[in-house]
Ligand binder design. Sequence first.
Ligand code: SF4
Length: 370
Amino acid sequence: MHITRKEYLLEQKEKGRRLMGVFPALYPREILWALDIVPAEIWDPPLEIRQAGAHLQPYICSVVRLGLELILQGKCDFLDGFLFPHTCDSIQNLASVIYDFIGARKPCYFFYHPKIPHGHTARDYYLKNLKALAAELKRQFGPLKMDSLREKVDMGRRISELLGELYDLRAARRLDASNEAFYRTIRKGEYLFPDDYIAELEGFLTQTRSEESRNGATIILSGILPNPPQILTLLDDLDVQVGHDDLLNGSRRLLISNEKPGDPFEYMAECYFHMPPCPTRGSSISDRMRHLLSLINATGAKGVIFNVVKFCEPEWFDVPNLQEELKKRGVPSLVLDTELNQGLSGQMKTRLEAFIEIVRVHRESITTKH
Ligand code: SF4
């Protein structure tokens, strides 16, 4: 599909669907789809910040900054509403700035999910909030039909299966795709309606599935999202593959599917409580470390790149501890402190290239020992 995100969304609107601007990161997309709403996720719009700075503290991350700028520049005027999941204090703050102070001139919805540690009421709380969101949306978008929700849950499940297959092939070095092409495809799920996304993923799988095993060094990419995209391009140029990711808008939220219970709300709850560890849900360092090591073992990766969005509190709380733990286990890691859409500075590029050299030497010494 070769049309832009905006063109696609406008096309959907012409078809009679409604459009919801959704801020990161976790939300029950199946409920929106079942109401014929297209979620248009807002992570890193390519904009120059001109107005948002006046409404935010200087130490707020660029996900929030760019999201607010998008609204202030009037680029969301064609949307029918906004959804704010309770991801972190910064998104909460943004919701308040938009809803209470600036005036979004659109209906705003809020979605709360339980944080870890989960008490015995967490599941009921989550189910209650799923149904409360559906009830809120009803006023603007009509009642949620259970048949439609079941159908969209099935589609969500199919998407997770396809993504799982792509991630598994990549981990097994049997995916003939650049890092840049992989994430360009995955990220289309941030705005495509499920039938279009399924077709996109199926096509990508057919084109890239490979019988031959790929050579070259492999790393794990951790953080919020694969931006600046120049990181991926540089890794491609250096013939380094991201073997797996620990990204909030990647595998931390995309690969979850479970046995299909009869009730779609129960299914969505099952998925939520089976997500991999993430600091935005309050996971412990030990759980995150176990998870990272499992990704390293599954892919044979020889290093971890933490691409941390500047001022992202949830990530910055964990990264020094994770880096320390990896060091104890002899796994090289690199921390990049990046601003979205700002490219890679010369210094960052040099650090990344030097890190890849270390990973290569590490890989060769292990290969030689074997
Ligand atoms: S980058 Fe971090 S601080 Fe910013 S919205 Fe995402 S999780 Fe919150």
